[in-house]
Design a protein around this ligand. Structure first.
Ligand code: IVH
Length: 732
């Protein structure tokens, strides 16, 4: 591999792993391997400075030593809590403490479901913050991210020399829903619950993302303090509140009964909280007593966590709705008889995908058990089969999009079913944005804002409409494409030349960019169609192997399957004949063998014409075939062609298939529909050759009206004479 390629490969790999690590929170390789790649790239760029570019990941912050966050040592280990699951177990804990401590007071708090953090303050100012890390020696430095959280106080009111508090960074349920909606909109990872989202956000290294995601904090323990004395936990919480720290609500109890009541109350009202909790924490209030009791290597002896069983209720599936998201994903949604559950009324539950429906065998009319996953998201746990009414049938997500009717299908190795309709309103905006994006038709100025605005006003109903926007130039010049308030010109400004309408240049820039994009290659156009599983790479393969979009649009999956079967049969037959030929060679067998071989060659050619090309798999062929056999696709292609969008391949070979390979043609006379140039191109595109004069080696004379002397010559040379019709028949 040469240097240029290696550099390119390294950059692509590093960018990919940056994305996995920083954005998706799902790294695929270790730090060591990553560091080695970055080092090799740096060395190469130093050795060949002419190949260095400002976009290289070696030059960007994301790719620097930031990976693998800085570590900060814990002064005191960040412990976890022992879990309790029943009243008896809680009572046991209370009794034990009461045995060892005189008149203990207990504090009951929410156990907030987020990411454990420690914050340090020096002289009243926020110094640094860290995650739990290994819990014992080190946490990861998340100082910059913590500064982006509004509820983290950067200053305390009392300027004590030193303070460390511990708490939980979490995400409000509402914020979580909004983040996921946004993720879905941009086609990014959907987070399973607010906790994962909060943790993933804090762990990634761009503080701006933290700022965007609106996280919160609750502080539940004063870990270390200089310059102040406290005797009880409740006292510390009240003081922390006065210093500006958000602190969870707490219940002060002395008797076991009171503790249990507090736990029950928290449990009953947890659905009304704006954030998720994963239990209640019971703590001994007196700090000196805590000290005395101490801790094991993992958990303190003075506190426990009570875990609530998830609340479950029975209800009925009234209906199953299938919704189409902006990304075209079909999501089944169970419409339920409304039921109160953990604080809210639940009337719908996502069924996620067909696999989930099949696994639980959920049918319309079933009585089901619902609960809230991760405290907030309603889910169906199981079906009560013996309450199933008669006559129900298994539920199947339709194979047509409920919004536009186009085929919906399941991609390779994924559970999701997606709509493939090019015009589906549910996903049109996303498709148009993709079509105009850099990797596709690269239309500058046609980004999300312009697309949404043009769609809202009814100018864009499909991708072909882009090329007819020029008909509305005057309206855009008058009103703008994405109206923005115009800047006022100061009244004392010097009188100016009559200024051009500000919308005129932006309109013309966009219309010019659109015109220029008509000339893009087929690879980009195909990528722009957003066919599932068909991107730029497949676009290139198609462009290299077909002369134009017309030929690509003829790919049919059914035909391809038939041909594959036929080939299998023919091969079987050939093997059989070959076996027989080993013992006795009859002329019939030989003739049949020839025939089989001929048919095999034909099948192969036809298979290629139906998309069976190296680099395109069966899933790809199916997706292409489904897309192009849609009537709405045909209509759009026609309008693109009419608008002058390039639909021809630019690839060097331009050979569609080789079904005319080895054949030489001579043309004579006037053909009924084609010019000689057209006929020549057609023959060449299929691997044939066109020569000027006839000889004994000529395969065909393609003759039209007034063939002249060539016809007689061909006959005398025993060259087969064909008409245009025959030629066309050879090519279908
Ligand atoms: S007290 C020494 N109080 O739960 C024990 N922890 O499973 C300090 N948590 O690591 C923990 N809410 O991140 C305490 N009100 C609360 C809590 C709480 C959530 C988390 C915390 C801890 C984990 C233990």
């Amino acid at each position: 591999m040469d240097i240029v390629d290696r550099i390119k490969e390294l950059r692509e790999k590093i960018e990919y792993h940056n994305k996995k690590y920083y954005e998706e929170d799902t790294p695929e390789i270790g730090d060591y391997e990553y560091d080695l790649m970055l080092r090799e790239l740096k060395d190469l760029e130093q050795q060949y400075p002419e190949l260095a570019t400002p976009e290289s990941p070696t030059k960007k912050v994301g790719g620097k030593a930031k990976r693998g966050a800085k570590k900060i040592a814990h002064d005191v280990p960040m412990l976890s809590l022992d879990d309790r699951f029943s009243r008896e177990e809680v009572a046991e804990f209370i009794a034990k403490i009461q045995n060892e401590v005189k008149d203990p007071v207990f504090i009951v708090e929410y156990k907030i479901d987020g990411l454990a953090v420690a914050l340090r303050y020096r002289d009243g100012k926020f110094l640094e913050g860290m995650t739990r890390g290994d819990g014992v020696s080190y946490g990861e430095d998340i100082t910059e991210n913590l500064k982006m959280i509004d509820s983290v106080p950067l200053r305390m009111h009392e300027k004590l020399p030193y303070l460390e508090v511990r708490g939980e960074v979490y995400m409000n349920n509402e914020v979580f829903e909004a983040v996921n909606e946004r993720q879905e909109e941009i086609g990014a990872k959907i987070f399973a619950n607010p906790r994962n989202c909060a943790a993933g956000t804090m762990r990634q290294l761009d503080p701006n993302v933290v700022a965007e995601r609106d996280l919160s904090i609750l502080v539940f323990n004063l870990q270390a303090v200089q310059g102040k004395e406290f005797t009880s936990h409740a006292e510390t919480l009240d003081w922390l509140t006065a210093q500006g720290f958000p602190v969870p609500k707490y219940f002060k109890c002395t008797k076991e009964e009171e503790v249990w009541d507090a736990i029950t109350l928290i449990g009953e009202t947890r659905g009304d909280l704006p954030f998720g909790i994963d239990g209640a924490v019971v703590k001994l209030d007196n700090l000196a007593d805590r000290e005395k009791l101490g801790a094991s290597s993992k958990v303190p002896r003075w506190a426990i966590a009570y875990k609530y069983p998830p609340e479950e209720k029975a209800t009925k599936v009234l209906h199953i709705e299938v919704n189409v998201g902006r990304t075209g994903r079909l999501t089944p949604l169970a419409i339920l008889e409304p039921v109160r559950l953990a604080g809210t009324t639940v009337s719908r539950a996502s069924l996620h995908n067909q696999d989930q429906i099949d696994r639980l065998d959920i049918r319309i009319g079933d009585t089901v058990i619902v609960r809230k996953a991760a405290e907030i998201i309603p889910e169906i746990v199981r079906v009560i089969k013996d309450q199933r009414p008669e006559g129900t049938v298994p539920f199947q997500i339709p194979d047509r999009c409920p919004v536009c009717g186009a085929p919906a299908f399941r991609g390779d190795n994924v559970a999701d079913i997606r709509c493939s309709g090019i015009n589906c309103p549910a996903q049109l905006a996303r498709l148009i944005i993709h079509f105009a994006s850099r990797g596709a038709m690269d239309i500058e100025g046609l980004g999300p804002a312009a697309v949404h605005s043009l769609m809202e006003k009814g100018y864009l109903k499909d991708i072909a409409d882009i090329y007819y926007l020029k008909n509305h130039r005057e309206e855009f010049v008058a009103n703008g494409i994405t109206p923005r308030p115009r800047k006022k010109v100061a009244s004392d400004a010097r009188p100016q030349k009559q200024k051009e309408n500000p919308y005129q240049s932006s309109t013309d820039n966009l219309l010019t960019a659109i015109e220029l994009s008509k000339d893009q290659n087929l690879e980009r156009l195909i990528n722009g169609f957003g066919i599932p599983n068909i991107g730029k790479h497949t676009g290139r393969i198609l462009e290299e192997n077909f002369p134009d979009l017309d030929a690509i649009a003829k790919i049919r999956y059914d035909k391809y399957k038939q041909l594959k079967d036929k080939e299998k049969q023919l091969r079987k037959e050939r093997n059989k004949i070959e076996k027989t030929l080993k013992t006795s060679a009859s002329p019939e067998d030989l003739e049949r063998l020839n025939e089989v071989n001929k048919q095999l060659r034909e099948v192969e050619k036809e298979r290629k014409a139906n998309g069976d090309i190296k680099g395109i798999g069966e899933v790809g062929i199916k997706a292409i075939s489904d897309f192009f056999s849609e009537p709405q696709t045909k209509a759009i292609l026609e309008r693109l062609e009419k608008a002058g969008v390039n639909l021809k391949s630019r690839s060097s070979s331009n050979v569609m298939d080789n079904r005319l390979e080895g054949a030489t043609f001579v043309l004579t006379g006037t053909l009924p529909t084609m010019s000689r140039e057209e006929a020549t191109r057609l023959i060449e595109e299929h691997g044939g050759r066109v020569v000027a004069s006839l000889s004994g080696k000529t395969t065909y004379l393609l003759a039209g009206e007034n063939p002249g002397g060539k016809l007689a010559k061909a006959q005398s040379l025993n060259v087969e004479v064909i008409t245009e019709d025959k030629l066309m028949a050879m090519l279908v």
